[in-house]
Write a protein that binds this ligand. Structure first.
Ligand code: PLP
Length: 231
């Protein structure tokens, strides 16, 4: 990371923040209601730390192993998110590094996280990943499976579900709009049914985060737009 690259990183961050603010303005939302999460899977620990130093508090990895390598090698002021598939046998060693797990895609994983959190005497914060596009290659609960997760949640004492996450199909940003709107509807419905707030909606990546914000995202997971000209 040279000074030129650090400058570019700061500029990219400002550009993305500006785009977030514009999207918020279009739909009358407060920009402070959208958390930008920098996805560092394309870069090394040094670059991730530089992004944090440029002013970004929240960073994410999609691979548990990468998270376990980067988190200890970067400033402890970073709030790390896990946004990709987690295997049950990796929960114990991954949980200590993950402030929020966005990618809980099965009841058995939820149970494993609860058990690991109990051992650590903490509460694990999670989002349930929902496969809105129905693509077989994607992880996540089917929308119609979500309601029944409540039965499991009632038994678990050390997980807190803060909301839902989805990945749109890689199409035109406008094509993702209905998936995002449907996830928000699902959240509103489950929030009533389960009688709990479920405030977080993690949706939107580099090519569709503005549409996601217009449809209610509270967390956007942005990677490539932050590293343009650097990688
Ligand atoms: C890689 C990744 C992102 C960021 O993607 P970009 O298009 O680079 O912004 C967001 N969410 C998940 C789950 C990812 O794996």
């Amino acid at each position: 990371m040279d000074a030129e690259q650090e400058k570019r990183l700061a500029e990219n961050l400002a550009t993305v923040r500006g785009r977030i603010a514009n999207a918020c303005r279009r739909v009358g939302r407060d920009p402070a209601s959208v958390r930008l999460i920098g996805v560092t899977k394309y870069v090394d620990s040094e670059t991730a730390a530089a992004l944090h130093n440029a002013g970004l508090a929240d960073l994410a990895e999609s691979r548990p192993q990468e998270l376990r390598q980067k988190a200890p090698a970067t400033p402890n002021t970073i709030r790390w998110h896990l946004i990709g598939h987690l295997q049950r046998n990796k929960v114990d060693k991954t949980l200590p590094f993950a402030g929020l797990i966005h990618s809980v895609d099965s009841v058995r994983l939820l149970e494993a996280i609860d058990a690991a959190a109990t051992k650590l005497s903490r509460t694990a914060k999670v989002l349930l990943e929902v496969n809105m596009s129905g693509e077989a290659a994607k992880h996540g609960f089917a929308p119609r499976e979500i309601a029944a997760v409540a039965e499991t949640l009632q038994r678990l004492t050390h997980v807190e579900v803060q909301g839902f996450m989805t990945m749109a199909a890689l199409e035109e940003p406008e094509a993702a709009r209905s998936a995002f709107a449907s996830l928000k509807k699902l959240r509103d419905k489950m929030s009533k049914l389960w009688d709990q707030p479920l405030p977080e909606l993690s949706m939107g990546m580099s090519n569709d985060f503005e549409v996601a914000i217009e449809e209610g995202a509270t967390m956007v997971r942005v990677g490539s737009a932050l590293f343009e000209g650097i990688i």
